[in-house]
Design a protein around this ligand. Structure first.
Ligand code: GLA
Length: 508
């Protein structure tokens, strides 16, 4: 009986003490939609039900694993990294399956992303390599304003839709489309090539284009011949976000090359700069390119892309920036767009003005992940925010409903208002939000937004928006005057929708 009992008990007990041996060097290789191949490594040493080791990932410093546990085939651990002066903890769980290790990593917008690791060696790891020394730049002198972007830049950027598929042919076709489809007439002007145009450098250190762009100067001439302007992309680091050549240690040379090609706009993306610069040098690294652009004497709009790190809104104009990203990357879905547009811009109004703009990222209008109602909300909110309007869809085939959203001149006039005052959130009641901005003709633009999933009545009190008495109300999507209203106005707003108004003082 006792033997039987022991045998039965051990059946239950053995799995509880079993711990797979995770010791070794593990590598996960991912192929990103931009064409870049990215590696994440784990060096682990199992010790009973725990383990030690470290993790290395692209554009991040190596980090020691902590809180590490093994339970059967499952593991869990955390890594803590210094993220621009803040200790940031990431927690992972994983499972040992078929000789591989699947790690569940936190993805954007709370989604889970699995990374599949293969063991490339079973040797226990040595000590974590010492962190690499980082460059410290002296504080930079302020860079003079270049006189550009008196209103938020308007145009198109290749990234949201095309990633690494941007090419000379696509840019020419996009320029043809923009010049002829009503967008140029509505104010769109810049055609911006994002990441993946770069090759390496020649023997003299000049940056080269890859085979997708055989002749950048000829391309710029073509875009200019359509009455449009050409933009390009680089990084203060050695590599761009998609792992192409960056401008590190070639800033002046690249600014000269861009000018010689006829470039009119530069988006400058931090990325691998985090590995070479002490992060306190970010401002000086941006000033370096800001000054280099100014020195080449060609008008080049300068866009900072460092995801709002280190309160860029407070210093971007002083490094010559005409615009600066305020958040991480937008995705073509309601959660991403509404989180970036509403939640992350609420305190940004004081920083915007003629020549220098907050950039909540490029438009997703027309990319298919949202309804036209949601895209109208996107376009309305970006216009209230005085955001750059950089379309991110395929301009060669735009459905009429999408074109109407992108080219609504009354809405664009809000974005481009020369007073340059970004909207404030004037009220929030659950899912109902009201945003308003004053305009140069003394009127106000007011957005009544419904972030909920059922229709809602959204109301505004004129005094919250900045005036009182009778207001003459115009609906900028219906293109209709709605008469005048005293002290307040309310409208039924569709789920995820907007009613965008222009209101001016009416009567005595
Ligand atoms: C970063 C930027 C994006 C885009 C990509 C290109 O993620 O934030 O807007 O430029 O890099 O690699």
């Amino acid at each position: 009986m006792r033997i039987l009992l022991t045998a039965v008990l051990s059946l239950f007990l053995i799995p509880a003490v079993y711990a797979a041996d995770f010791t070794g060097h593990w590598v996960a290789t991912t192929h990103a939609p931009d064409g870049a191949v990215r590696e994440t490594s784990l060096w682990l040493k199992a010790e009973g039900n725990a383990f030690t080791g470290y993790m290395s990932a692209r554009n991040q410093d190596d980090a020691t694993v902590s809180e590490a546990k093994i339970s059967g085939d499952d593991i869990s651990f955390s890594v803590v990294r210094d993220y621009y002066g803040e200790a940031r903890k990431s927690s992972f769980t994983g499972t040992f399956v078929n000789g591989g290790l699947t790690l569940h990593t936190p993805g954007p917008n709370g989604q889970r992303r699995d990374l599949v690791f293969k063991r490339v060696s079973s040797d226990p790891p040595g000590p974590m390599p010492a962190p690499r020394a980082k460059l410290k730049l002296p504080a930079a002198a302020p860079v003079r304003y270049n006189g550009l972007a008196k209103t938020p830049p308007m145009g198109w950027n290749s990234w949201n839709k095309f990633r690494n598929e941007v090419s000379d042919k696509l840019v020419r076709e996009t320029a043809d489309a923009m010049a002829g489809n009503g967008m140029k007439a509505a104010g769109y002007q810049y055609i911006n090539i994002d990441d993946t145009w770069e090759a390496g450098r020649d023997a003299r250190g000049n940056i080269l284009t890859n085979k997708k762009f055989p002749d950048m100067k000829a391309l710029a001439d073509y875009v200019h011949s359509k009455g449009l302007k050409l933009g390009i992309y680089s990084s203060p680091g050695p590599k761009t976000c998609a792992d192409y050549e960056g401008s590190f240690k070639h800033e002046e040379q690249d600014a000269k090359t861009f000018a010689s090609w006829g470039i009119d706009y530069l988006k400058y993306d931090w990325c691998s700069a985090s590995l070479v610069y002490d992060y306190h040098s970010m401002q000086a690294a941006y000033a370096k390119m800001g000054q280099a652009l100014l020195d080449v004497g060609r008008p080049i709009v300068y866009g900072l892309c460092q995801y709002g790190l280190l309160k860029s809104e407070e210093w971007a104009p002083a490094v010559g920036g005409n615009l600066w990203r305020t958040t991480g990357d937008i995705s073509d879905n309601w959660e991403s767009m509404s989180h970036i547009g509403f939640d992350q811009q609420a305190d940004m109004a004081p920083y915007a003005g003629p020549g220098h703009w907050n950039d909540p990222d490029m438009l997703e209008v027309g990319n298919g992940g949202m309804s036209d109602v949601e895209y109208r909300t996107h376009m309305s909110l970006w216009s209230l925010l005085a955001a750059p309007l950089l379309a991110g869809n395929d301009l060669r085939s735009v459905p009429p409903g999408v074109m109407e959203i992108l080219t609504n001149k009354e809405v664009i006039a809000i974005d481009q208002d020369r007073l340059g005052k970004q909207a404030r959130r004037v009220s929030k009641d659950g899912d109902n939000e009201v945003w308003a901005r004053p305009l140069s003709d003394g009127s106000y633009a007011i957005g009544l937004f419904n972030r909920g999933t059922a229709s809602a009545k959204v109301a505004v009190r004129w005094k919250d928006a900045g005036f009182s008495g009778a207001g003459a109300v115009r609906d900028l999507w219906a293109h209709a005057n709605l008469g005048s209203s005293v002290d307040t106005y309310s409208a039924d707003v569709a789920p995820h929708g907007v009613v965008l108004l222009k209101v001016r003082k009416a009567g005595p």
